[in-house]
Design a protein around this ligand. Structure first.
Ligand code: 4AD
Ligand code: MG
Length: 434
């Protein structure tokens, strides 16, 4: 028997095939029943007739419980009204495991609260919406990799256990290593990217990163995935151009390949279609002026809050780039602006529709003495940064890069409320299970 995935149905119309999946839904009326089966690649509506299957088998199927696993055999037929456009006329089936009536599948078509669903995340990911979001996540990850792979970047993975902080000591997770040694879960692969960029020119890393964020917001995870490119002989302007091009590439890929999933999420496609270069650009100074006019309590020197980011981005139909932040709110490694050394050559990219910062990056200090001074000013342990200082001792060059949080990007592209749905198993302030 020719086993196919439901997504391959179009190529097998009129053939008798086998599909293997789980019972998603079932309607029945007398001598006919309509099991809907999902197999991860799609949903197939099946038609089972008592006269074909015989009394006993028909009753068995008709009484089958939600999410029971089964294999079905039958002939495929095009049917416009069916969910995926095809129907199977069932000849035979095997049940692998029947979910007992006494312990029914906990997620039913009725409304469940977010805590209940998160507690059942291991099952919730089977639902249509969650499935669509995670399919889009895969597309985003693939597009990001394709973008860098086809633009001369070499993938260089960076370590997760690290001896020092990259993004400030307040959000570090400490881990007991061997022999009383302490290490930290990485906040960013950037410092290592700077080393590999001096070896390969253009590099990227893509992996999990960790922040001990005490913030319980819709935008914060304690474990998230970040893609970080880094380029030798590059400046802040290069970062802006690459980020812009990469994001346009990613959005167009999702529009090309994930229409069905965007439709399940009822995403307004015109919002995504307007994501085209050039993106609007402004300085931190200008942003603060705009925010004050809009009634924000921000003062020059302060960081943007979530509301500020929304106020700024609501003016535009595509991502906004804000650059040259006050040095005091930025990490130790930022190159100062030559004209105004109180400003950091950094850029944040704010997604439209109030989704906030999705990219942060900029130009790094390449002068040895200035970097050493900053390490001291930030009370960072110089010993742990000696290898990083080496990069300024041996052939230092202007270099720059950025990081994009995958979950922030997917949340925006999907147009959903909370980034916890964009990762299979979210880790947040009050959630480390399942
Ligand atoms: O702006 P951040 O902190 O920048 C860095 O870590 C740089 N070292 C990156 C680099 O230049 N190589 O973080 C970058 C991005 C943010 O714009 C956001 O998308 C995401 O990482 N991010 C988070 N996503 C989810 N939960 C959190 N707690 C996040 N913190 C940052
Ligand atoms: Mg940032």
């Amino acid at each position: 028997m020719n086993r196919i995935t439901i997504s391959q149905a179009a190529a097998h119309t009129g053939e008798t095939v086998e599909i293997a999946g789980w019972l998603y839904n079932l309607r029945s009326s007398g001598k006919i029943c309509f099991p809907q089966v999902r197999d991860g690649s799609g949903i197939m509506q099946c038609v089972a007739v008592k006269a074909v299957l015989g009394d006993e088998a028909f009753e068995k199927l008709k009484r089958l419980t939600q999410e029971s696993s089964l294999v079905l055999r039958g002939k495929l037929r095009a049917e416009q009204r069916a969910p995926g456009g095809f129907e199977m006329d069932v000849d035979a089936f095997d049940i692998l495991q029947r979910v007992p009536e006494e312990t029914p599948y906990p997620i039913t078509p009725k409304e469940h609260g977010p805590d209940f669903l998160l507690d059942h995340r291991h099952l919730w990911i089977r639902s249509r919406r969650q499935h669509a979001i995670l399919k889009i996540r895969h597309e985003v990850v693939k597009a990001v990799r394709d973008y860098f792979d086809s633009h001369g970047f070499t993938l260089c993975d960076t370590p997760i256990f690290t001896p020092a902080a990259c993004e400030g000591t307040t959000t570090l997770f400490e881990v007991d290593y061997f022999e009383d040694e302490k290490v930290y879960l990485t906040q960013s692969g950037q410092l290592y990217n700077e080393a590999t960029a001096a070896a390969f020119g253009k590099v990227y890393t893509f992996g999990p990163t960790f922040r001990a964020e005490k913030s319980k917001t819709r935008r914060h995870l304690t474990e998230f995935w970040m893609v970080e490119p880094e380029m030798a002989y590059a400046t802040l302007e290069d970062v802006k151009n690459v980020a812009e091009e990469m994001i346009c590439f990613v959005v167009s890929r999702v529009l090309e390949n994930r229409r069905a999933e965007l439709a399940i999420l009822e995403r307004d496609l015109t919002r995504l279609e307007s994501v085209k270069a050039p993106f609007p650009r402004m300085s931190y100074d200008q942003a603060v002026e705009i925010l004050k006019k809009k009634g924000s309590p921000i003062e020059w020197g302060g960081d943007f809050g979530g509301t500020d980011e929304t106020l700024l981005s609501e003016e535009f139909d595509r991502p906004l780039m804000v650059d040259r932040f006050p040095m005091q709110i930025k990490a130790f490694y930022f190159e100062p602006d030559a004209q105004r050394p109180e400003l950091a050559l950094g850029v944040d990219l704010l997604a439209p529709e109030g989704y906030g910062e999705i990219v942060g990056g900029g130009q790094r200090i390449h002068d040895y003495n200035l970097l050493l001074q900053r390490i001291k000013e930030h009370h960072l342990p110089q010993q742990a940064f000696e290898w990083y200082l080496d990069l300024r001792r041996y052939g230092s060059v202007p270099h720059a890069g950025f990081g994009m949080g995958i979950e922030r990007c997917v949340t925006w592209i999907c147009g959903i409320d909370h980034l916890r749905e964009t990762i299979p198993f979210p880790r947040m302030l009050y959630r480390t299970k399942p």
